[in-house]
Design a protein around this ligand. Structure first.
Ligand code: CTP
Length: 399
């Protein structure tokens, strides 16, 4: 399910056990009409309202009801999560919202949702008192704070006879919200090359020199670009991150390997974004055996400068666009302008890594886009939103 760029958008429909579960069938149809492929995961209780067979027939795919029994897959929750460009929870019950807020994963649906890195839309449907219960309200606030989108609930006569808030939003409204979450496929036809992560520079077969980069920013760019229809190649240093859906990943370790891979992949790219924290120096003569302190009495490591990949790509770019990053702790804009100039990049994404919201490993970033045209300072945003803003800048420059 992973790895391939597909024309159609993938939506995971997570159906929970509420009377409005039958509306999920119409949501499924609406999404299909809008050009989406839909896969369904459902809770055991959802099956009491609408049979698995109905969703199977409508979606044309097996329905995930169990972590251990999904045709053709040993780990359905991960495969579905990676396959999905967006997940839509219809109807979201108070119970499943509570589990999502707490990170509880005790069935296939909640486990898949926990594994989703894609945008998630929640369409609550429940009794008015359950919706208004402070616990449910607090869970909604928690989920919104983590970037989960909500549609509804509406007010009206509820299935239980009560009147008030808790009614599932209209089918068309849910479909529209899901499509908005998927965003435009405005980068179709663009071949994007991104590098990400740190590099490891070997001292000997056991030790290396590295840096604090986690690769999250570059991976977010790759994921967002793939979601928006670009053909993405991600050249990655060592990270602990999963390959973003719809991207092709080339793994490297050292700055030299990253340089080779970037040069090769640049041949078939329209735009390159160099977000990797490439080591500036590498041990000049890495030992081919483990250095022993009892034998070598090491008191210094001779270093050699690595090739500046960004500058090298800029020197060969022709009509292609090349963006770089500047991770600084002081004089952010001055350093960024200097790098823009010295390396010949089209744009430098500058971030202050001494601030908690933009430091290594953070799930947010606060960046300034520095180009010959000027500086655009962006707010602190979650990484996917920062990635979209960077890609918007690329798009604007292409026009
Ligand atoms: N970069 C690169 N190859 C290198 C070093 C850096 O491609 N050998 C790229 C990074 O991917 C980033 C940009 O250059 O896009 C700036 O990296 P940074 O580490 O901030 O700057 P340096 O060029 O290393 O300069 P300095 O260490 O003086 O800040």
């Amino acid at each position: 399910m992973t790895g391939e760029t597909s024309e159609r958008r993938h939506v995971l429909l997570a159906v929970c056990g509420g009377i409005a579960a039958y509306k999920a069938c119409e949501v499924l149809r609406g999404l299909q009409k809008a050009g989406c492929d839909v896969r369904v995961a459902m809770t055991a209780d959802a099956g009491r309202f609408v049979g698995e067979t109905t969703f199977e027939a409508l979606s044309g795919a097996p329905v995930a009801t169990s972590l251990y029994d999904y045709p053709g897959s040993a780990i359905p929750h991960i495969e579905l999560a990676e396959w999905a460009d967006a997940a839509v929870v219809v109807p979201a019950t108070a119970n499943v919202m509570a589990k999502m807020a707490c990170g509880i994963a005790d069935d296939c649906l909640t486990t898949a949702l926990l594994a989703c890195a894609c945008p998630v839309l929640v369409a609550p449907g429940m009794n008015v008192h359950m919706w208004q219960n402070p616990a449910t309200q607090a869970n909604a606030v928690t989920l919104r704070g983590r970037g989960v989108s909500f549609v509804g609930p509406d007010s009206g006569r509820l299935a239980c006879g009560d009147v008030g808030e808790g009614k599932l939003a209209g089918v068309d409204e849910i479909v529209a919200a899901a499509l908005a979450l998927l965003g435009p496929r405005d980068l179709e036809g663009l071949r994007l090359l991104v590098n990400a992560g740190p590099t490891h520079e070997a001292i000997d077969p056991v030790r290396y020199i590295a840096n604090r980069s986690t690769g999250k920013m570059g991976y977010a760019i790759a994921a967002a670009a793939a979601r928006r229809g670009a053909e993405v190649t991600l050249v990655s240093g060592p990270t602990s991150l999963g390959t973003p859906a719809g991207t092709r990943r080339v793994d490297v370790e050292s700055a030299a390997q990253m340089h080779d891979a970037m040069l090769e992949e640049f041949e078939d790219a329209d735009v390159a974004i160099c977000s990797a924290a490439v080591a500036d120096y590498t041990p000049a003569s890495p030992a081919d055996h483990k250095l022993k302190k009892s034998r070598e009495h090491l008191d210094a490591i001779a270093l050699a400068e690595t090739t500046d990949i960004l500058a090298d790509l800029c020197g060969r770019k022709g009509s292609r666009m090349v963006l770089g990053f500047a991770a600084e702790t002081d004089d952010l804009l001055a350093h960024a302008r200097e790098k823009l100039e010295r390396k010949g990049a089209d744009l430098i994404v500058a971030n202050d890594v001494s601030r908690p919201e933009s430091t290594f490993g953070a799930d947010t970033n606060r960046v300034a886009l520095v180009s010959a045209e000027g500086v655009e300072q962006l707010e602190t945003m979650p990484l996917p939103a920062v990635a979209d803003a960077i890609l918007d800048a690329v798009r604007k420059r292409m026009r």
